[in-house]
Design a protein around this ligand. Structure first.
Ligand SMILES: Cc1cc2nc3c(=O)[nH]c(=O)nc-3n(C[C@H](O)[C@H](O)[C@H](O)COP(=O)(O)O)c2cc1C
Length: 373
């Protein structure tokens, strides 16, 4: 870890740790992967203005997101099967690293670790779900989340149809995966990962244990995702969930305004990391219009393409309260488990701190478009 300077370095380190199909599951996206690239490229096109000769000896990166204190404007994004990156235990390891770093962790509905396990590990966290055809299943999951004291619920709305993950096709890893001599060789080359995998718990959507016949039947649960979900389901959700709700996957002023009218507390500008609609506009390019649509009635978060502390500062400058870190933390997890996630968060915090100072700020929350060139 000593020679790791950037999230890109962690990506390379995770490539060396993980079997190719697992690395590609995390690193790849839908179809031509254009949106995945655009999310990052459009951050890179935004530049800061250096603002010297201001007293920045005292600086603060702390903020609040959804009423909760955070040591910097970032939280961990939900990742389906994210646990598989490190001993099938990755969600717990990421949650521990997030807690140590003082930022919120979001557990995905499609995680390997259960709500109860993560609660036992770290106490409080955010929970993400997608609407399912069987509303009884959704209610059962929300009850588990309530029982675990989750105060923030994230509803993902970017899954009306599943984008084709082209690298998964090339690796013969579509559900159910086909084991070919080529894939066997890909796994054989990464004995450390294989040993951790074999020692780890069963891979499955284990939050569904006791709710469906077989939580290991991934395809049957993915089949439950409900493409007929509409705004009226948000009213139902508001009536059954007393805590805060973030709608993850808002990309326009009109939809942002509508989410507020339906009583939501926040939106996350998101295109699911380019995993569903390819050729979608990058998240940072639509952030200003979403901020305009929310019009101060709630918070705006952003996920997609955040790979540095500089990216976080750009988001805050354009009106976001904070960012969700997807691949940025996953590369760390794949490279070194909990230590790797901690490294990713350290890198990002350092980059953010330097950028806050150099753009003449004492408090990250004061960032405005004035710091952008
Ligand atoms: C391997 C993988 C699995 C994901 N699974 C989920 C999921 O189950 N639910 C969800 O809301 N988002 C999921 N996402 C999307 C992330 O929460 C987030 O929106 C995305 O990673 C942001 O893009 P970035 O990683 O390029 O920054 C997943 C992303 C990846 C890379």
């Amino acid at each position: 870890m000593d020679r790791i300077a950037t999230i890109a370095d962690l990506r390379e380190a995770s490539r060396r740790q993980l079997p190719r199909p697992i690395f590609d599951f995390m690193d790849g996206a839908a179809f031509h992967e254009l949106t995945l690239r655009a999310n990052c490229d459009d951050f890179d096109k935004l530049r800061f203005r250096l603002r010297p000769l201001r007293d920045v000896a005292e600086r603060s990166l702390a903020t609040t997101m959804l009423g909760q204190p955070a040591s910097m404007p970032a939280a961990i994004a939900p990742i389906g099967l994210g646990g598989v990156m490190w001993g099938n235990d990755g969600e717990k390891l990421s949650a521990r690293a997030a807690k140590a770093a003082g930022i919120p962790f979001t557990l995905g509905m499609l995680s390997i670790a259960t709500i109860e396990e993560v609660h036992a590990e770290v106490g409080e966290f955010w929970f993400q779900f997608c609407m399912l055809k069987d509303r009884g299943l959704v209610e059962a999951l929300l009850d588990k989340a309530k029982a675990a004291g989750c105060s923030v619920l994230v509803m993902t709305v970017t899954w009306s149809a599943s984008g084709l993950q082209s690298r998964m096709v090339r690796n013969a890893m579509m559900l159910p995966p086909k084991i070919t001599p080529g894939t066997l060789w890909d796994f054989a080359k990464r004995p450390g990962w294989v040993a951790r995998y074999l020692r780890g718990k069963n891979v499955g959507f284990n939050n569904f244990e006791g709710l469906v016949a077989d939580p290991g039947d991934l395809a049957a649960i993915v089949e439950q995702l409900d493409s007929s979900t509409t705004w009226k389901d948000l009213d139902w959700l508001r009536s059954v969930w007393p805590g805060k709700i973030i709608i993850k996957g808002i990309n326009s002023a009109e939809d942002a305004s509508r989410a507020m009218e339906h009583g939501m507390d926040a939106v996350s500008v998101s295109n699911h990391g380019g995993n569903q609609l390819d050729h979608a506009a990058s998240t940072i390019s639509v952030l200003p219009s979403v901020v305009e649509g929310v019009d101060g009635r709630g918070e705006v978060l952003l996920d997609g393409g955040v790979r540095s502390g500089q990216d976080i500062l750009k988001c805050v400058a354009l009106g976001a309260t904070g960012c969700l870190l997807g691949r940025a933390h996953l590369y760390g997890l794949g490279a070194g488990g909990e230590r790797g996630v901690a490294k990713a968060l350290d890198i990002i915090r350092y980059e953010l701190d330097v950028s806050v100072a150099q753009t003449g700020l004492n408090d990250v929350r004061d960032a405005s478009p004035k710091i952008l060139a």
